[in-house]
Ligand binder design. Structure first.
Ligand SMILES: [Zn+2]
Ligand SMILES: [Zn+2]
Ligand SMILES: [Zn+2]
Length: 287
């Protein structure tokens, strides 16, 4: 391939980037675009109970629900949405246990927490509605505690647990990391942000990351070009192995040469920097 040809980047580009890229775009190794941004997203998933933002949608569904629809054999979409909505509502926002004053999240397909599911089974699994009507939870004898996740209304299943049943399952299904209480609260906040498409900016030099963040900020401020996070992430995955100091080190021909051997070609959005691009022209105050 052609040897990289350093281009004039102007003195103090890093410093100017640091002064220009706003804090909401300097978010470290991951960038979570605002879900209501028409630049990064096209709307919300068509499943009414699903709150995921959609960037590159097929059938108006988020990636999760599009996968579920395909695995269901791609049935009639409108009918499938009607069936899928209550399933999503139950999974993402399960109702509380139906036993009076229990205060725990329901588990599984019954409107009971884990403890009351066990109690109902010990009673011989009688008619569920009748059993719920007579079951009582004595608040003076309870030994559970509030779930540590901010804003969660549910109590834990036992005094030794720090998470309610709902958050325990999410923790278990997402790698069950060993964390302190403070770390766990932050971990759940990130988990929530990752429900929407986001951009990973790890293993990049500070300047390259800032240049990409500047590009994202520009797209956001201009508000005219759809910029799906998946496309940017794909471009970043090709910028990473180039190991440049700056995107300006190469022009478009260099990028084409570098990526020629790659099977899927050059991405359409990044890192094309036309001669008038404010980063190339050094017009970093151009917002
Ligand atoms: Zn969805
Ligand atoms: Zn219960
Ligand atoms: Zn909880």
């Amino acid at each position: 391939m052609t040897a990289p040809r350093p281009l004039a980047t102007g003195a103090g580009l890093l410093e100017r980037l640091m002064a220009t890229v706003r804090p909401e775009f300097r978010t470290g190794e991951e960038f979570y675009p605002p879900p209501d941004s028409p630049v990064f997203f096209q709307g919300i998933c068509r499943i009414p109970a699903c709150t995921r933002a959609v960037s590159f949608s097929v059938k108006g569904l988020c990636t999760h629900h599009y996968g579920r629809w395909r695995r269901a054999g791609m049935p009639d979409l409108e009918a499938w949405i009607l069936c899928e909505d209550p399933t999503t509502r139950w999974r993402d926002n399960p109702p509380g246990c139906s036993v009076a004053r229990c205060g725990r999240a329901s588990r599984g397909s019954r409107p009971l927490c884990a403890r009351h599911t066990e109690a109902w089974q010990r009673a011989g699994s009688p008619d569920l509605d009748q059993w719920i009507a007579t079951a009582r939870c004595d608040p003076t004898r309870r030994d559970d505690r509030e779930c540590l996740v901010d804003g969660c209304p549910w109590r834990t299943d036992s005094p030794s647990m720090t998470l309610c049943g709902r958050h325990y399952i999410r923790w278990r299904n997402n790698g069950h990391p060993n964390l302190t209480s403070t770390q766990m609260r932050d971990w759940f906040k990130v988990l929530e942000l990752r429900r929407n498409p986001y951009i990973r900016l790890h293993d990049l030099s500070q300047q390259i990351r800032l240049e990409i963040q500047f590009g994202l900020q520009r797209r956001h401020d201009l508000g005219t070009r759809h910029t799906p996070p998946s496309i940017v992430s794909r471009a970043v995955s090709w910028i990473r192995p180039a190991e440049l100091t700056s995107l300006l080190d190469w022009d478009e021909a260099d990028w084409l040469t570098f990526h020629q051997a790659r099977p899927r070609g050059l991405p359409q959005h990044v890192p094309r920097l036309h001669p008038g691009h404010p980063l190339r022209a050094g017009r970093l105050t151009d917002r």
